[in-house]
Design a protein around this ligand. Sequence first.
Ligand SMILES: Nc1ncnc2c1ncn2[C@@H]1O[C@H](COP(=O)(O)OP(=O)(O)OP(=O)(O)O)[C@@H](O)[C@H]1O
Ligand SMILES: [Mg+2]
Length: 357
Amino acid sequence: MHPLLERQIRRHLGDATAIPEAMHALFQAIGEAYEHADADRRLVEHALDQMSRELTERNRELQRQLVEKQRTEAEQAALIKRLEEAHNQLLQSEKMASIGQLAAGVAHEINNPIGYVNSNLASLRDYVRQMLAVLDAYERAEPLLPDGGEREDVLAAKRAAELDYLKADVVALLDESSDGIARVRRIVQDLKDFSHADRGEWVLADLHKGLDSTLNVVNNEIKYKARVEKLYGDLPMVRCLPSQLNQVFMNLLVNAAHAIDKQGVITVRTGVEGDDVWVEVADTGCGIPEALLTRIFDPFFTTKPVGKGTGLGLSISYGIVHKHGGHIEVKSEPGRGTVFRVNLPLHSSVDEDADHE
Ligand SMILES: Nc1ncnc2c1ncn2[C@@H]1O[C@H](COP(=O)(O)OP(=O)(O)OP(=O)(O)O)[C@@H](O)[C@H]1O
Ligand SMILES: [Mg+2]
């Protein structure tokens, strides 16, 4: 008999012998019904067990798939990043190439005429000196002329020409012209230094020279907006790609000038800290809102009107500094100004061969 039925009979009837004969069949049927109910319950429990095991297994599988998906996504992100970097490099070398070609072309075109203007000026100065000597000799002979007639003519011509002023001024004019030509020659030299004289070459370079020639090249963009203060420290020679670093300095200087609305100061500082050399370009311009600080190095991010900025300057600079094993830091206070600091390792472990163009 089913134990549950047995307990119930004991509780209500005392013991099984008290069951009337006529009801034996009924109790038998109840006992069997209990047995069936038990069997059904065990079946359901078993089925539930199985289902729960399957669910756990399925869960585990999903988890595995999730991890796998995350891994492929991370791989894809890394790939996209590398692609972006390669793209930037390409844009940078294109930009460099066109600036370099332009600069080299202009430098070449200007060099020839400047050469002969310079040598003609030297001859001219010689000739003028000789002519002035002849004039002096004539002047000394003047008193020998009889009064009136030719003597009056000579004096009138001298007055009309303001000869004394002219004699002083002609030399001054020649000096000024020589100065002007010397300046043009320096600009041409700066353009050459700035551009491709060292394309892709790792050399030991004087960063101050690079900064100075870059400052001369961008002088036009800066001079109406800002006074440039140079606070150079003692820098050792740095192994680098100078024309590319000049490109970085140019971007920072032009950005600084653009940030200044009317009149401001751009301060260029340099120094050594630990194993790094650093170059700082600080401006008293509009500053950068905190929310934009993480985006300014993104390619094509610009707040400038169409045609004024491409948004590539900083991303290219970032790439170049990164290539040198260094990094760029930026601090900004909206309304007060911005400081960009380029840190370059003195003993870098960059793979120089990878960067020959
Ligand atoms: N010194 C600075 N002061 C304020 N904002 C700056 C400064 N330097 C950069 N920025 C901000 O960062 C943005 C991105 O600079 P980035 O040099 O990359 O591009 P751009 O100057 O806009 O264009 P370009 O490609 O001609 O350099 C600028 O548009 C500007 O909003
Ligand atoms: Mg820029």
